[in-house]
Design a protein around this ligand. Structure first.
Ligand code: ADP
Length: 256
């Protein structure tokens, strides 16, 4: 469903400050897969995500979604960013925030509101629709951002460090929420994180990027007994083995 071929991106090309963020990156993602991309801070993860989302035009190579070359933001795509406080409109109620992108869908107001209510329910915020973002905790605001993406019914959901700005307990709750909603909504998810444990806990597959310029240095299938659980999954020997393997790759060491 997603094909990235020989992708490169240079910021400030042709200037003395040129920065090669991505070079020769190849990656395919199958429909329905939950792929985690992990790599050292500043390696080019967000640049990759912005290239997939059509938010920047890469200086080399190609991104294809369902066979179509990405030249602008595709219609079947939703993005959840790390910074929920900047991604929700503070002057709109929670429900209106969730319903807003549905204006791009051919839906009347009543159906947009119904879809927003349903999405809020699926993230555990059934009663919060009439509230405003500032009346919610950080974790709840990020749930609203996830509900907004779900209501849109994308075939591809991109998540850029979606749990990077919440406390550890909320982070675990949101990881489990993503696992739950991907079971209900048939979609492909690409989740970017710098957290090695999170990538193994959430992913069907973990792709490891090198230091800048980013390219793929590891691609591991995650086979863990399901359903995943914050306590028993994290102490499972396969989890412990995989996180060590991903850790070695992130730090630039060959795997055993
Ligand atoms: P990550 O998400 O892995 O932390 P980014 O993709 O945000 O990394 O950034 C990769 C590199 O590209 C960093 O060194 C960053 O400073 C640089 N970079 C990101 N955006 C820009 C930009 N708009 N202009 C110039 N350099 C940028």
């Amino acid at each position: 469903m997603l094909e990235i071929a020989n992708l490169s991106h240079v910021y400030g090309g042709g200037t003395p400050n040129a920065h090669h963020a991505i070079e020769g990156l190849n990656l395919s993602v199958a429909a329905g897969e939950l792929l985690c991309i992990v790599g050292p801070s500043g390696c080019g993860k967000s640049t990759l995500l912005r290239s997939i989302a059509g938010l920047i035009r890469p200086t080399g190579g190609q991104v294809r979604i369902e066979g179509q070359v990405v030249r602008q933001t595709p219609d079947n795509l939703a993005v959840v960013f790390q910074d929920y406080s900047r991604s929700l409109f503070p002057w709109m109620s929670v429900e209106d925030n969730v319903a807003l992108p549905l204006r791009r869908r051919n839906m009347d107001k009543r159906r947009r509101q119904e879809a927003a209510k349903e999405a809020l329910e699926s993230v555990g915020l059934a009663g919060a629709g009439r509230k405003y973002p500032f009346q919610l905790s950080g974790g709840m605001q990020q749930r609203v951002a996830i509900a907004r993406a779900l209501a849109y019914r994308p075939t591809l959901m991109l998540m850029d460090e979606p749990f990077g700005s919440v406390d550890a307990q909320t982070r675990e709750d949101l990881e489990d929420l993503v696992l739950k909603v991907r079971g209900h909504h048939r979609m492909t998810i690409v989740l970017i994180t710098h957290d090695i444990d999170e990538s193994v806990y959430v992913g069907d597959r973990v792709v490891v990027l090198s230091k800048a310029p980013a390219h793929v240095v590891g691609d591991l299938k995650v086979h863990l007994p399901g359903p995943r659980d914050q306590i028993s999954t994290r102490e499972h020997p396969d989890f412990v083995h995989l996180r060590a393997e991903v850790g070695r790759l992130v730090r630039g060491h060959a795997t055993v």
